[in-house]
Ligand binder design. Structure first.
Ligand code: PHE
Length: 376
């Protein structure tokens, strides 16, 4: 038998719980998984900053369908296994109606099957590996994909660097890196270029001297490194120490202010593909840059911009769905067309990928300068 005191406590806690549950139903719960800590923390932190800025703006303007958005963010520590765990939590513990994330393709590939199985729409802001959206009809992205990015790199090598002998240095443990290396090679060789040497490394390696020494004995005009900033900065330093002075270039995985903190001067006159340029005079971009800077006291990178666009596109789809229903939101997302985002005009194609342009940035004295725009 419970004592009256205990009964009262139980009744009270029930009342509080019931009150909470009712209040929660007034919000639209959106989940987000991001690498807030771990190896590629700058990806997750910046994407999250962009996402949060978008959600705060939407809520300040009255929310969607008369409801406020509640963003529930989980840190996957830059690990695919952890990504799967937190996506399960977001869906089963929190009951989110849609999921935003991840940035890194390998982690999105761990989270996407769980969203698909549970029929919860997922939008990755920045995973560019084609396999991610191939998981199923609930998986979308607001960025371009690597077959396009590979072409952008190859065109750049051909037309801007004017090189025909290029070496590849690939992170063999990273789906994104392996894919982008393959697409670059296909496109570059189809256009008469030659991949004169291929070397591999693994994420979190610190010493690249063996691979670089091997490359030093080969006649080459540039090195393509389709990896993440964490290793690219170190590779650049060690390459220069060994006297390799050709330009290095790579994909969006270079995008982080940490890149030049690690690589410093070794990265002068190197180039990478990005999703947007902070220096783009387009008022949509400049408005975003001003707001981001005011909130975070830092300039946004491609990741911040994509995080922002992904949240806005999801909010738009919820509005167009007319109700907070995952299947209807999925259908509305599939119809996204002509959305004017910070990272360009976003059209979701039948494969649930975004068709849009890419930007090439040049690194000069630790600054990322706008170099060119490449259209699909
Ligand atoms: N495109 C990378 C991937 O798929 C992630 C990334 C996006 C990195 C944008 C930097 C900027 O793994």
């Amino acid at each position: 038998m419970q004592t009256p005191k205990l009964l009262l406590a139980t009744a009270l806690s029930f009342a509080i719980f019931a009150g909470c549950a009712e209040q929660k139903s007034d919000t639209i719960k959106i989940g987000e998984y991001a690498s807030l800590t771990g190896a590629t923390a700058s990806f997750g932190q910046n994407a999250h900053n962009g996402t949060l800025l978008a959600i705060e703006e939407i809520n300040a303007a009255g929310g969607i369908l008369g409801k406020q958005i509640e963003l529930i963010t989980e840190d996957d520590q830059s690990k695919p296994e952890e990504g799967a765990i937190v996506v399960n939590k977001l869906i089963h513990r929190d009951g989110v109606v849609a999921v935003l994330g991840e940035v890194a393709s390998s982690i999105s590939l761990a989270g996407a099957p769980i969203c698909q199985e549970n029929k919860i729409p997922m939008i990755t802001p920045a995973s560019t590996n084609p396999k991610v959206t191939q998981v199923g009809d609930y998986i979308f992205r607001v960025c371009f994909i690597d077959p396009f990015q590979g072409k952008v790199l190859s065109k750049f090598a051909n037309e801007n660097l004017k090189v025909s002998k290029v070496a590849l240095l690939t992170d063999i443990k990273n789906d994104y890196s392996v894919g982008l290396a393959k697409y670059f090679k296909e496109s570059f060789t189809a256009n008469g270029g030659e991949v004169v040497a291929e070397q591999i490394y693994s994420a979190s390696d610190k010493d690249f001297k063996a691979q670089l020494t091997a490359l030093k004995s080969v006649e080459l005009e540039a090195i393509c490194i389709p990896g993440y900033y964490t290793e690219v900065g170190l590779i650049a330093r060690q390459a220069r120490e060994l006297g390799i002075d050709v330009p290095l270039f790579g994909g969006d995985g270079w995008s982080s202010a940490r890149l030049t903190e690690i690589g410093g001067e070794a990265l002068n006159n190197c180039y990478f593909v990005e999703h947007f340029s902070q220096k783009d005079p387009n008022p949509i971009v400049q408005d975003f840059v001003t707001k981001y800077q005011a909130k975070y006291n830092a300039l946004p990178d491609g990741m911040g911009a994509l995080g922002y666009d992904s949240a806005k596109i999801l909010a738009n789809a919820i509005k167009n769905a007319g109700e907070v229903n995952s299947e209807k939101i999925k259908n509305a997302l599939a119809k996204t067309n002509g959305y004017k985002g910070v990272t360009g005009t976003i059209n979701i194609n039948p494969e649930r990928n975004a068709t849009k342009s890419a930007v090439i940035l040049q690194i000069k004295d630790n600054e990322f300068e706008y170099f060119a725009t490449v259209n699909p």
